[in-house]
Write a protein that binds this ligand. Structure first.
Ligand code: SDX
Length: 435
């Protein structure tokens, strides 16, 4: 195959030759210099398709929302480095940025915040929905089901206004749904949202206040929640975001699409990894805290242990979010006067792994999930709620990507092909003649 790429923003071409047949396909180049061969006409011109299990080499779309350079450990939302947004922005400001492409003016942010504040309540029927579920249910399927159920309360035909309303409702109600899923599991009464509290403080209050006792929101914890939500807000075409896009490409509504994304995020290889990391650290601690022994097991092909929170499909360098969270771990724990043995073990694991040939050769570095759980625990969030925290953070990203997909003139219903490997044509055999 030969290809020439030209300066940014223009296209060139690639020629693929197979069995004496050649086809020339356009090459597109993104604003950060990424190039891709456009294979839309491949099958029409050659009868062939490409095969790329896990889509590690396949672009599903053009997107202007988030840029990741995995080799350099770069993450930017709409061009703004994650390090700056983490330090200087707020979750609702980042949400506006992801949704609308620019940082909001003061008036825009105030209006957006006011709209979201006014939509944090759930319909009382939906509040009763939780009563039907077992108290020991994992909160992720509870949230996935509750988000899907939102579609039963807001059934207006899709217009720009109803779509905007759905965006506001999802951002506003996700913390309420999350807190309710936690309260349901504890048997405690639900705590209603309070409009006088900011987004993260309101979530903490709904989680930890009770009718018998007010909850004093510690500003250190509220800021830690903001940071965690900002860091999780979007991450280009990851598994759950791709799920949201695929479901939305069938013209399913935003609630249904996001509900599917929540289910995809629950997987232990994706957002469920933050829960797995803490369980891994607890396991290592219970076995005496020998980090080296666990690293050796994670390398052993005969042992299916993995160093959870390590490795990434895109990052082949340190996940910038992990670096920020590692620093925040130390700050939050110090401010709260908490000594975390799990943090000590995590840092030992990192120190060993980053010097280990296996991890170096496989380019395995800490990812966003490696340190996040330690902060969640410091916040008092139970382990099975960690991935729900991820879902609250990822909500603006899922929505922004869904909206971009819906507005993209190139969008078609997602329907991949396959290479069939099953039985070839054969006649039906009556049961009495079978072996
Ligand atoms: C998230 O995509 C995103 O952007 C996701 C995310 C987001 O913000 O949306 O960043 C959030 O999901 C982060 C990832 C959280 N998952 C984990 O921490 C689980 C542990 N990590 C992995 O299982 C793995 O690294 C993945 C799932 C993250 C990536 O999987 P890939 O790209 O399919 O890589 P792979 O499983 O094919 O592994 C390649 C090699 C294998 O070894 P070989 O067979 O080639 O010898 O690396 C090894 C794997 O065995 N490997 C690990 C490892 N991760 C990969 N070995 C030990 N420990 C690990 N953690």
């Amino acid at each position: 195959m030969s290809t020439q790429t030209m300066k940014e923003g223009t296209t060139s071409s690639a020629t693929i030759t197979c069995d004496g047949t050649s086809v020339t396909l356009p090459v597109v180049r993104g604003s950060e210099g990424e190039t891709g061969i456009v294979i839309e006409q491949l099958r029409a011109k050659t009868g062939m398709i490409t095969l790329d299990p896990g889509f590690g080499n396949s672009g599903a779309c053009r997107s202007a929302i988030t840029f990741i350079d995995g080799e350099k450990g770069i993450l930017r939302y709409r061009g703004y480095p994650i390090e700056e947004l983490a330090e200087k922005s707020s979750f609702l400001e980042v949400s506006w940025l992801l949704l609308f492409g620019e940082l909001p003016t003061r008036a825009q942010l105030d209006g957006f915040t006011a709209e979201i504040t006014r939509h944090t309540l759930l319909h009382e029927n939906l509040r009763r929905f939780f009563d039907a579920l077992p108290t020991d249910a994992h909160p992720m399927p509870v949230c996935a089901a509750a988000v899907a159920a939102l579609a039963t309360f807001y059934q207006d035909p899709e217009t720009d206004q109803t779509q905007h309303d759905a965006v506001i409702r999802l951002l506003a109600k996700m913390p309420t749904l999350a807190a309710y899923s936690y309260k349901h599991s504890t048997g405690q009464p639900f705590i209603y949202p309070k409009n006088r509290l900011d987004y993260s403080s309101n979530f903490l209050n709904m989680m930890f206040a009770t009718p018998a006792e007010d909850y004093a929101v510690d500003p250190v914890l509220a800021r830690a929640v903001e940071l965690l939500l900002i860091l999780h807000a979007d991450h280009e075409q990851n598994c759950s975001t791709s799920t949201v896009r695929v479901v939305g490409s069938s013209r399913a509504n935003l609630f249904a699409s996001v509900s599917a994304g929540i289910s995809a995020l629950w997987g232990p290889l994706h957002g469920g990894a933050n829960q797995q990391v803490i369980e891994m650290l607890e396991h290592i601690e219970a076995e005496g805290g020998d980090a080296q022994k666990f690293v050796d097991r994670a390398k052993d092909k005969k042992d299916n242990s993995r160093l959870m929170g390590f490795g990434h499909r895109v990052y082949k360098n340190y996940d910038p979010r992990a670096a920020i969270l590692k620093k925040s771990c130390n700050e939050v724990l110090a401010k709260l006067g908490i000594r975390s043995r799990k943090l000590e073990i995590a840092m030992q694991l990192e120190g060993i792994a980053l010097k280990d040939d296996y991890f170096i050769s496989h380019k395995l570095y800490p990812n966003v999930d490696f340190y996040s759980g330690i902060i969640y625990q410091a916040l008092g969030v139970p382990v099975n709620m960690f991935t729900v925290m991820f879902a609250i953070g990822r909500m603006p990203g899922w929505i922004a990507q869904w909206l971009e997909m819906r507005k993209d003139p190139e969008t078609r219903i997602a329907r991949p092909r396959q290479i069939y490997t099953g039985a070839t044509n054969r006649a039906y055999l009556p049961i009495e003649k079978r072996g």
